[in-house]
Write a protein of this length. Structure first.
Lengths: 116, 118
């Protein structure tokens, strides 16, 4: 049930764009995106709940496809401060996961390195 | 401001020792979680709790137990530490909300405890 994140790692130059994907074999209730810098706690970025939803701002945004099995995180015109490991945390839809109190299943993470 | 604190940032223990990891949140959250984080494996859920004195097993509960006597505090216990429990341990909390009990609130993480078992 662990979501699959891709790519596992990506190296960018400042100003370049990146897309990180998070896929599930079953329909999801929600997707939560986090960024974790080395030695620090994961920090919440955004949550997506609705199929077809897109949210965020100009530089960092995310989408959730209509089937609610895939989410993508978009990093535009990357900055040095974007470096870190990005995780998606997924919450299964009730019909597929009998009885949850809201615990998330996290992907293995995507390590993003932005170089000057 | 949201705050989740963990008792230690770094801990070194010997094999067979009993280890207590403490987590405290000051946000009046109902849900609390313990994860371990290992390179290449991501965050894996050990136990979680949605109320005082309530606990649920996560994906990897073997070798661990938990205690939640007060709403703000969630403890992870390694009854007899082993070298394969060397890891980064992260605590998180979240508000319980949403229709039919589904949590639409995100989780807030503590800074983590890096445990080394020798």
């Amino acid at each position: 049930q662990q979501p699959v994140q891709s790519p596992q790692a990506v190296i960018l130059r400042e100003g370049e764009d990146a897309v990180i994907n998070c896929s599930s074999s079953k329909a999801l209730y929600s997707v939560h995106w986090y960024r974790q810098k080395h030695g620090e706690a994961p920090v919440f970025l955004m949550i997506l709940l609705k199929g077809g939803e897109q949210k965020g701002h100009e530089k960092i945004s995310a989408s959730f496809n209509e089937k609610k099995q895939q989410s993508s995180l978009y990093l535009t015109a990357s900055q040095l401060s974007y470096s870190g490991t990005y995780f998606c945390g997924t919450e299964m839809a009730p019909m597929n996961y009998g009885g949850s109190q809201g615990n998330l299943i996290f992907g293995k993470g995507t390590k993003l390195s932005v170089k000057p | 401001d949201v705050k989740v604190t963990q008792s230690s940032r770094y801990l070194v223990k010997r094999t067979g020792e009993k280890v207590f990891l403490e987590c405290v949140q000051d946000m009046d959250h109902e849900n609390m979680f313990w994860y371990r984080q290992d390179p290449g494996l991501g965050l894996r859920l050990i136990y979680f709790s949605y109320d005082v004195k309530m606990k649920e097993k996560g994906d990897i509960p073997e070798g661990y137990s938990v205690s939640r006597e007060k709403k703000e505090r969630f403890s992870l216990i390694l009854e007899s530490a082993s070298t394969n429990q060397t890891s980064m341990y992260l605590c998180a909390s979240s508000l319980f909300s949403g229709l039919a009990g589904w949590n639409q609130e995100t989780q807030y993480f503590g800074p983590g405890t890096r445990l080394l078992v020798l």
